[in-house]
Design a protein around this ligand. Structure first.
Ligand code: BV8
Ligand code: ZN
Length: 249
């Protein structure tokens, strides 16, 4: 394993070569890949969690205790996200999908930027900020416009909630199983922009390592995963991923 800045051409070369030769690739992304699009991460210095603790807001208990507070936080994130665009990191992963015979992108992000960048073989492990779900009738719908009133209600008069996975809630089963199956079968797993702290998503690259996959990490900081990676590139996603994938903007 070696942790290197992208300027260490050897590691970048090794990662690029592994991706070029791979038949089966899983990419796992976290909030860091959206940082260069202007989306605050959770745990960084300007992190979303700076003012609040996750357990204070992103939990079913917080929602049942104070749906208005939780919605004010989510609505502020939705409004801030409104004009945000995918960056070169998102676009590089969409290009990688075109080149690799078997490719899956599993994201922890709820910002919808991978889909916007054209990724199609994509599972959202923690849901999506642009979808809402009725706590009454269970209806799920896409909703990109700001709500007239908070907390928003369904036609059935049930409380609407963001269709995201809160702490203490189970992840959607099919996407999680798809991610683990892809991890176990992968030649290369590309882990981008995640602090590798939140489970069970953080267990996905661990499953790949158990099956002998070559794990490439892209993160300006070290993480608990870094030591086990084949190559851990100390760099930003929008700068490093285009180097690894080549071609395009
Ligand atoms: C569950 C949606 C149990 C909402 C989120 C073991 C097993 C199972 C559960 C647990 C377990 N141990 C602990 C738990 C509980 C908990 C957990 O993991 N807690 C952690 C904090 C210890 N897990 C859960 O509660 C999960 N549910 O398993 O329930 C269960 C089981 C059975 C039956 C019933 C219940 C649910 C977890 C999902 C929570 N929802 N988000 C919302 O967004 O509002 S989590 C949230 O954190 C986001 O989804 C985010 O993606 C995720 C992870 O954070 P990161 O993406 O990694 O972001 P972070 O800011 O941390 O890091 C950014 C990284 O980017 C940094 O490393 C930084 O260096 C880097 N970076 C910065 N700039 C760049 C960059 N990288 C590249 N380029 C750059 N430019
Ligand atoms: Zn309803």
């Amino acid at each position: 394993m070696s942790s290197a800045s992208p300027s260490t051409t050897h590691d970048t070369e090794e990662a690029r070569d592994r991706l070029r030769r791979a038949r089966r690739v899983l990419a796992l992304t976290g909030a860091g890949i959206s940082a260069e699009s202007g989306v605050p991460t959770f745990r960084g210095p300007q992190g979303l969690w700076r003012d609040f603790r996750p357990e204070d807001l992103a939990t079913p208990q917080a929602f049942s205790r104070d749906p208005l507070l939780v919605w004010e936080w989510y609505e502020s994130r939705r409004e801030r996200m409104g004009s945000v665009q995918p960056n070169a990191g998102h676009h590089a992963l969409a290009r990688l999908e075109e080149r690799v015979p078997e490719f899956l992108l599993a994201t922890q992000n709820v910002d919808g930027l991978h889909a916007l960048a054209g990724s199609r073989s994509l599972v959202e492990l923690h849901g999506c900020l642009w979808r809402v779900r009725c706590t009454g009738c269970g209806a799920v719908r896409e909703e990109r416009e700001p709500f007239a009133a908070l907390p928003p209600r369904c036609r059935c008069s049930g409380l609407l909630r963001p269709d995201v996975v809160w702490f203490g809630e189970e992840l959607p089963r099919a996407p999680l199983e798809q991610a683990f199956a892809a991890a176990r079968a992968a030649d290369v797993v590309l882990v981008v922009g995640t602090s590798a702290l939140v489970y069970p998503a953080a267990a996905v690259p661990e499953a790949a390592l158990e099956e002998g996959a070559f794990v490439v990490e892209v993160n300006p900081e070290r993480t608990p995963l870094s030591a086990a990676c084949g190559v851990s590139l100390r760099g930003r996603a929008a700068e490093v991923l285009p180097l690894l994938v080549g071609g395009g903007a």
